[in-house]
Design a binder for this molecule. Structure first.
Ligand code: NDP
Ligand code: MG
Length: 402
């Protein structure tokens, strides 16, 4: 029996992960069964309650007092034995529980960083969807994993693809110097085919992703192409490959999930229909592969796989995030803080789609360079990252009209 904790179980990845767990447990002849020992939710407490009942969960974490009281009263009425943790410290406590074999980190945004560090500190096997944690504090996260011997298995489909390509190299080729390039594919998001100005596009247009069903924040990040820049930084830390060896191509069909080009010119890729249940399942069962209840690929039906250059001019966020990634230090945290606030403002109807990049650019322009130089000289620590994140969020409101 593998005990698993899911942080952010009420989100898109969390819900898919619970489907995978049910499907795996229903399979006959599978060596390992999965027991969900902890869950967390933020605003969707109704769904969290349903998940607690469906999976017989005994430990949960919620963000605030109201939700904690609500869920305690409900559990008492139902005669359930349930321990309820709350707030940021509750989420960290949940992530670091001794009785779990694996933690799936699928909280969205910066809020996932400290729980991830708590899980890694305990040497847990972590299935990582929360890319923002690696973006803002990649050095710190990888250092923590290295010190405790914790293993990070990527869930993000592109990184799962790269991980699978590298795992298929059975001999000593794990040496990342043999990698010439990592090629990340991007669907292009909601506006890749959009003609005309992006000034007037609506929130619902931006949320209409052509190939993937995901949470709102990542869907907007796809529409601005920020997501692919975040993923380049994520790949840089996960695979130890320099930013300039990470290449981005638009691939509207979302069938090729990413590729690795080696020094000898060979290119390995992972292909499948766009469905997050596959990378989630791979992360849970790794290093085993087991049958999944997913459609197999029929290439003759797909017929066409296209690849294009991204349009940096039309999607300026991509340049901004890659610049932050190349500069390193605290710059990715500054970018990320500004982006999270700007996306929230766009979703709330306070700014235009095209304002997202303008706001981030202004925040980055205002970031005191000395601070970043100082942070790079001394070892990066959590306090500096928290400070940079808070600075960027405050600055977002100073430079904007909302
Ligand atoms: P969702 O918005 O659907 O879900 C986010 C989860 O985090 C929910 O459980 C939500 O709770 C919880 N949450 C939100 N804010 C907080 C907070 N401040 N503190 C604690 N918990 C919080 O996001 P996704 O599932 O789409 O994405 C999750 C992560 O995975 C992101 O980092 C994303 O980039 C990454 N990812 C997602 C993919 C996808 O297919 N969705 C693909 C690849 C990567 P509640 O719903 O109860 O409010
Ligand atoms: Mg991805």
């Amino acid at each position: 029996m593998k005990n698993i904790i899911i942080l952010g179980s009420t989100g898109s990845i969390g819900v898919n992960a619970l489907k995978v767990v049910s499907q795996l447990n229903a399979k006959r002849g599978l060596k390992e069964k999965y027991q969900v020992v902890g869950l967390s939710g933020h605003s969707n407490i109704g769904l969290l309650k349903k998940q607690i009942c469906d999976f017989g969960v005994k430990l949960v974490s919620v963000s605030d007092d109201r939700a904690a009281i609500d869920i305690k009263v409900w559990a008492k009425q139902k005669h359930l034995k349930l321990k309820v943790l709350k707030g940021a410290s509750g989420l960290k406590q949940l992530a670091g529980q001794k009785n779990s074999d694996m933690v799936l980190s699928s909280v969205v945004g910066f809020a996932g960083l400290e729980p991830l560090l708590a899980a890694l500190k305990q040497g847990k096997k972590v299935a990582l969807a929360n890319k923002e944690a690696l973006v803002v504090a990649g050095d710190l996260v990888m250092r923590e994993a290295c010190c405790s011997g914790a293993q990070i298995i990527p869930v993000d489909s592109e990184h799962s693809a790269v991980f699978q390509c590298l795992n298929s190299e059975l001999s000593g080729v794990r040496n990342n110097r043999s990698i010439r390039r990592i090629i990340l594919t991007a669907s292009g998001g909601a506006f890749y085919q959009h003609k005309g100005s992006l000034d007037k596009v609506t929130v619902s247009q931006a949320l209409a992703h052509p190939t993937w069903q995901m949470g709102k924040k990542i869907t907007i990040d796809c529409a601005t192409l920020t997501n692919k820049g975040l993923e380049a930084i994520e790949a840089h830390y996960l695979f130890g490959v320099p930013m300039d060896k990470i290449h981005i191509v638009i691939h509207p069909q979302s069938i090729v999930h990413s590729l690795v080009e080696f020094e000898d010119g060979a290119v390995l890729a992972q292909l499948s229909h766009p469905d997050m249940r596959l990378p989630i399942q791979y992360a849970l069962t790794y290093p085993e592969r087991v049958p999944a209840q997913l459609r197999y690929l029929e290439l003759e039906k797909i017929q066409k796989l296209e690849f294009f250059k991204p349009d940096f001019h039309r999607f300026p966020c991509l340049n901004l995030v890659l610049t932050a990634g190349r500069k390193g230090g605290l710059w990715p945290a500054v970018f990320n803080g500004a982006n999270e606030e700007a996306v929230k403002a766009f979703l709330g109807g306070h700014i235009l789609f095209t304002d997202i990049s303008k706001v981030i650019q202004r925040v980055m322009n205002a970031f005191p360079r000395e601070q970043n130089i100082l942070a790079k000289e001394k070892k990066m620590d959590l306090q500096k990252v928290l400070k940079a994140d808070q600075w960027a969020r405050n600055q977002t409101y100073k430079v904007s009209v909302f």
